[in-house]
Design a protein around this ligand. Structure first.
Ligand code: NAD
Length: 249
């Protein structure tokens, strides 16, 4: 079991990549606090995992509010113990050009995708220090590495996550807290199908991927598992692409 004895906190765990991470982590022996704004779906997944003999809980959390982070981490800690793994996975997406993006849309994108990650790191550091170390994994995207002709504020937010990750890695290495970012290409989730819609635009995007297909949530969860486990004990401040070769061109 690659995560035996670890307590993980996963944001956006009700669906998509976050749900796949929760499933993969419990299968490797972790106790997992699932959090999301979608309370019904998140609680249902947690109950299903517990019914299979795993140790999980669901805590409601909108990642863009600092007070909610404090409550959510406290509740998770009371139920499962202090988290030593954090997966900052919750995120939102939009296809829109700069000139068609309002200030309120920009603010909302940055509040969830950047402030949410920033607050998550802040919220779990005390528990990780107390435990003698930990691993933080932030979901960026290929959109955080390369530009796009059809999305803008999303790419800006994911670029910020990439560099925030490196700052967190440097600042917390002394406490044995590692921090790495993961950069998927389009993945078969609700968000991925928004980015790669059916039809000509989607076909063109798939042709840009050397492996010629979208990835699965499980393939991203496998990469996150490596970063969460002690197998990656010398890996911090890195950016792991899970992109079918998209950024290799
Ligand atoms: N799917 C892709 O193609 C893809 C590619 C690259 C990166 N990513 C990144 O991976 C992460 C997960 O993406 P996904 O495809 O699973 O998305 P998804 O839309 O399928 O699921 C996202 C989850 O996050 C939750 N969420 C949204 N806003 C929230 C908030 N404010 N607080 C708490 N939870 C919130 C949603 O309720 C949902 O359960 C995101 O950060 C995304 O940007 C996804």
């Amino acid at each position: 079991m690659r995560l035996e004895g670890k307590v993980a906190f996963v944001t956006g765990a009700a669906a998509g990549i976050g749900a796949a991470v929760a499933r993969r982590f419990v299968a490797e022996g972790a106790a997992v606090a699932l959090s999301d704004v979608r309370a019904e779906d998140g609680a249902a997944l947690s109950e299903a995992l517990n019914a299979d003999g795993h140790r999980t809980c669901f805590v409601p959390l909108d990642v863009s509010f600092e007070s909610q982070w404090a409550e959510a981490v406290a509740l998770a800690t009371k139920t499962l113990g202090g988290p030593t793994v954090l997966v900052n996975n919750a995120g939102i997406y939009a296809r829109r050009l700069i000139e068609h993006t309002s200030v309120s849309q920009l603010d909302q994108m940055l509040a969830v995708n950047v402030k949410g990650v920033f607050l998550g790191i802040k919220a779990v550091l005390p528990a990780m220090r107390a435990a003698g170390g930990g691993s933080i994994i932030n979901l960026s995207s290929v959109a955080g590495i390369i530009g796009s002709g059809f999305s803008s504020d999303y790419n800006a937010s994911k670029g910020a996550v990439r560099i925030l990750t490196k700052c967190a890695a440097i600042q917390n290495a002394k406490d044995n807290v590692r921090c790495n970012s993961v950069h998927p290409a389009p993945i078969e989730t609700d968000m991925g199908y928004e980015a790669v819609p059916a039809g000509a635009i989607g076909e063109q995007r798939l042709q840009e991927i050397p492996l010629g297909r979208m990835g699965t949530a499980e393939e991203v969860a496998n990469a996150i598992l490596f970063l969460a486990s002690d197998e990656s004990s010398y890996v911090t401040g890195s950016e792991l692409v899970v992109d079918g070769g998209l950024t290799a061109r």
